[in-house]
Design a binder for this molecule. Sequence first.
Ligand SMILES: Cc1cc2nc3c(=O)[nH]c(=O)nc-3n(C[C@H](O)[C@H](O)[C@H](O)COP(=O)(O)OP(=O)(O)OC[C@H]3O[C@@H](n4cnc5c(N)ncnc54)[C@H](O)[C@@H]3O)c2cc1C
Length: 398
Amino acid sequence: MALKGQSITILGAGIGGLTAAIALARRGARVSVIEQAPELTEVGAGLQITPNGTAVLAALGLGERVARIGVPLQAVELREHRGGRLVLRLDMTQAKHGNDNPYLLLHRADLVEMLAQAARRHGVALILGKKATGVAIGFDQATLPFEDGSQRDCRMLVGADGVHSLARQAVEGTRTARFTGQVAWRATVEARHVPIHDMPRVATVYMGPGRHLVTYPLREGRLINIVAVEERAKWVAEGWNHLDDPANLRRAFSSFPADVRRLLGLCENVHLWGLFAHPVATNWYRGTTAILGDAAHPTLPFLAQGANMAIEDAWVLAEELDRNDEAEKALAAYQKRRRARTRRIVRAATDNTRIYHMSSPLLRGPAHAAMRVAGMLTPAMMLRRYDWLYGHDVTRAC
Ligand SMILES: Cc1cc2nc3c(=O)[nH]c(=O)nc-3n(C[C@H](O)[C@H](O)[C@H](O)COP(=O)(O)OP(=O)(O)OC[C@H]3O[C@@H](n4cnc5c(N)ncnc54)[C@H](O)[C@@H]3O)c2cc1C
């Protein structure tokens, strides 16, 4: 089904849905995106878009725009929670993944706004304030009933409706998520309040027993993004918008270095959410409905790949729909190109928890010493560890 003139409906105007809208519209499809939120507002938080993600944005003609709103990452530093001693520094300017696109630190709201503007420029209809209450998949179309009593028949439907996806439910039934025993806080702090004058372009991970905290700069260093993860037995509902008392965050990280404590002292608006593990979807399509992004493969945030995978999915879906004559063939090819890679990424993100959170000092000491030595003796090898991830460019591979 070459895309020219084809009508496609996308459910969800998140990063995945908007990128898919641009990719499909650039190939000539007539695209509508339906979003429940009345406005495209975003949680004030940071996002890392890695070279595998910026490769797609560049191929969509958005390379310069995204570079303008992002901070290029220079280094990643892993530090001990007590005293902040350096364990490992990875100089990202030396990383050669076989993919020259930048590794950027972005504010989510800036990325969503840039994508929405690009979608509109390509003639995409963004329909806001319309909540689907289900997805019914028929032989050659899908139907979306809405909360306002209306409904829409879609010849082709892309479910980009996030972690609680109705489209995924319709494609392969309900799958239960497992609470991982971890919660995460996120906050941003204005850098002008912090006694750091020249904000380095570094992502720092402070690793403590059963907890870790990540900081990195946003918006040319005017904001500092904070993500803090703690292991705990208590269940917290999955979702992004639960406000928490900043005192709880400060208490959980009171043994961390003075700089970190000072930063946490400035947090006013703090979100807390529970981290859940979900299986990657087995089936990514049924009839003429496909799923992408968190709808297909929600992930833990420890490899910063949820949005990057959604961006990759968007490119591959548009490419396969454009090059195959039949929708069935196109969607099977899309699933084939995406499922194994996303499974590997989701697994790698889960494994990172163990590295960051070692509780026993008997294990933590030797493990940190080994990382320190490896970083000194074989820095290039440490950088190559993620070539499979960052070096992959879906716009060149097929
Ligand atoms: C703490 C944290 C840090 C992260 N950091 C990174 C990072 O650094 N890099 C990275 O790549 N990823 C990161 N991620 C993951 C990333 O944010 C998500 O994977 C990504 O936003 C998923 O995009 P999506 O478009 O699939 O889903 P979403 O962004 O969830 O979008 C889904 C959209 O669908 C809409 N919708 C849902 N249901 C309906 C309905 N019934 N009717 C109409 N509209 C509906 C929603 O309102 C929403 O706008 C992080 C996640 C977390 C939690």
